[in-house]
Design a protein around this ligand. Structure first.
Ligand SMILES: *[C@@H]1O[C@H](CO)[C@@H](O)[C@H](O)[C@H]1NC(C)=O
Ligand SMILES: *[C@@H]1O[C@H](CO)[C@@H](O)[C@H](O)[C@H]1NC(C)=O
Ligand SMILES: *[C@@H]1O[C@H](CO)[C@@H](O)[C@H](O)[C@H]1NC(C)=O
Ligand SMILES: *[C@@H]1O[C@H](CO)[C@@H](O)[C@H](O)[C@H]1NC(C)=O
Ligand SMILES: *[C@@H]1O[C@H](CO)[C@@H](O)[C@H](O)[C@H]1NC(C)=O
Ligand SMILES: *[C@@H]1O[C@H](CO)[C@@H](O)[C@H](O)[C@H]1NC(C)=O
Ligand SMILES: *[C@@H]1O[C@H](CO)[C@@H](O)[C@H](O)[C@H]1NC(C)=O
Length: 468
């Protein structure tokens, strides 16, 4: 009691002195005491994050505000791939494709979560060393986890042999989720879904909540549930090291899954992660993207992700993959366009005709951050030169991204200039993306080039004045 009283006194004293302090010096207490690298923005029932003054970009650290991205939950994610455990995108191709931008973002968001949450994992974790079918029976008996588990904590990790299936029965929600490496499948029903894991034996790292939501298209009634586990297969089959509820492990594995796919699927000659989806830009039937296309944004974000991998591994192969990722940004016109035939731009969506450009703002800024990350761990004069050229382009071009009629609002691209189309006003969320990217660049150049930092600061001020 006494102790508590003393603390109360102390807090009271502190509050009074702080009060006086602010009164006298008129310092904004929020910015002074804001330890968080993010400023929260509430808009239409959503919470967004832009960067705060305590944010520091670090090529090895968390990436922008991506720790708060939930890539796998997005509508554009069809399901989680059965071989790589990475999201399959339905953007521009409804039956799904592996989209390098989304995969890089998936990796970056899980890396960033690890950086932010590394110290405060509280979840209860369940482990099973080894599960096997009964001697004379095709299936084991059911193992019941003794506590109810929050579905938001259904991260699972296991190694499964071939010809084997691992069954999870969610008692209250009445759902059975089966991870199977068998070639002949059981029957799926309304309450039972089979996920045909490819490659076996295989280590898998999945989030059951996402598998249920994406594959069963079911809204779950109960957010916690009793879970029973069973394994089926011949007497040789087994599931080992089954771990349930370790989010840190899931974040790590998601990061590695993304980097593994990128390392295995890079075109070694060009360095591109080519995208084979044929598409026009927006409603412009006459403007086709190159086929296949190489996105500067994919190259830049993948480079940022691989820089973080390389900081862990110091593996020469990973460094070479980073150099290749950056290659199409400087050594060819695969991802480039020139504004007014003069100002170099890195295109998120490169058009077939290299004389035409869309000049999507966020894509080029993400690419720029990727180049900066690569140049930080592997300095190259030609990258510094490239950074310089892009800054010069931004100096000339940023004024065109200010909306002519909505004060201090931003534009998504410059298609109204290059294609004479309707002005492409940034959505609310893209406007915040623009602010976040410009804030990050302002911070990056703060120490090294004051005038460049001021350039970004000018647009940060303008664009934030429209939302605050
Ligand atoms: C915000 O949430 C409330 C309550 O769920 C809902 O009525 C309202 O329509 C939502 N607003 C928007 C803009 O989504
Ligand atoms: C899996 O089952 C198939 C068909 O029964 C069999 O041909 C194959 O050898 C089995 N694989 C392993 C690794 O046991
Ligand atoms: C969860 O996984 C992480 C990463 O592999 C590991 O360091 C940690 O010890 C695990 N936590 C528990 C309680 O097993
Ligand atoms: C890229 O295109 C520009 C403008 O058309 C041209 O000047 C330049 O030589 C090209 N660069 C490469 C590497 O092809
Ligand atoms: C700052 O950056 C600009 C544009 O990239 C460049 O022209 C200038 O030389 C740089 N200044 C310094 C001091 O590095
Ligand atoms: C902007 O305002 C001008 C003048 O009022 C108008 O002619 C033009 O159509 C407006 N542009 C857009 C995109 O709303
Ligand atoms: C745009 O933002 C700047 C910087 O905050 C501000 O000075 C200016 O008044 C704003 N312009 C308009 C038209 O609101």
């Amino acid at each position: 009691m006494r102790c508590r009283f003393r603390r109360l006194n102390y807090i009271l004293f502190l509050s009074i002195s702080l009060f006086l302090f602010y009164r006298i010096y008129n310092i904004n207490p929020i910015s002074l005491y804001s330890q968080s690298p993010f400023t929260l923005i509430h808009y239409q029932n959503n919470t967004y994050r832009i960067l705060s003054s305590s944010f520091k970009h670090n090529s090895r650290g968390s990436y922008l505000n991506f720790a708060y991205f939930n890539v796998e939950q997005r509508n554009r994610v069809l399901y989680i791939d059965f071989l790589y455990d990475i999201p399959v995108s339905s953007q521009w191709q409804s039956d799904g494709h592996l989209y390098p931008i989304q995969i890089a973002q998936y990796g970056l968001s899980h890396w960033s979560r690890l950086e932010l949450n590394s110290k405060n994992q509280q979840n209860k974790i369940y482990k099973f060393e080894r599960l096997q079918p009964n001697k004379n029976n095709h299936c084991s008996s059911w193992h019941t986890i003794k506590d109810e588990i929050f579905l938001s904590n259904t991260y699972i990790h296991f190694t499964i042999s071939s010809n084997c299936s691992l069954h999870f029965h969610f008692f209250s929600n009445n759902i059975e989720l089966v991870y199977s490496t068998k070639t002949i499948h059981d029957l799926e029903t309304l309450t039972k879904r089979i996920i045909p894991l490819k490659g076996s034996p295989r280590q898998a790292s999945r989030y059951m909540l996402i598998d249920i939501e994406k594959l069963m298209r079911k809204t779950l009634v109960f957010r916690r549930d009793l879970i029973k586990i069973q394994i089926c297969g011949d007497t040789q089959s087994s599931v080992t090291q089954l771990i349930i509820g370790n989010q840190t492990l899931y974040d790590q594995q998601a990061f590695y899954s993304a980097t593994r796919w990128l390392l295995n699927n890079q075109d070694l000659q060009t360095g591109c992660w080519f995208i084979h989806v044929r598409r026009n830009y927006g409603h412009h039937t006459q403007y086709h993207l190159r086929n296949p296309w190489c996105s500067a944004m994919a190259q830049g974000q993948a480079a940022s992700l691989l820089v973080r991998l390389y900081s862990l591994t110091n593996n020469k192969e990973h460094l070479l993959a980073i150099r290749r990722a950056i290659q199409p940004l400087w050594s060819s016109n695969l991802t480039r366009a020139y504004f007014n035939n003069r100002f170099l731009w890195l295109e998120e969506y490169p058009l077939e005709s290299s004389t035409k450009g869309l000049f999507v703002l966020n894509g080029c800024l993400y690419a720029l951050i990727g180049i900066i990350d690569a140049n930080t761990i592997d300095y190259q004069p030609y990258l510094s030169e490239l950074i310089n050229q892009i800054i010069i382009s931004l100096q000339h071009m940023l004024p065109y991204y200010v909306h002519p009629n909505i004060s201090n609002w931003s534009l998504y691209d410059l298609s109204h200039i290059t294609m004479k189309s309707k002005i492409n006003t940034a959505s609310y969320s893209y406007h915040l993306v623009h602010i976040t990217l410009l804030q990050c660049l302002r911070q990056i150049f703060k120490k090294t080039n004051h005038s460049v930092s001021q350039l970004f600061d000018f647009y940060v001020q303008r664009f934030t004045s429209a939302i605050l």
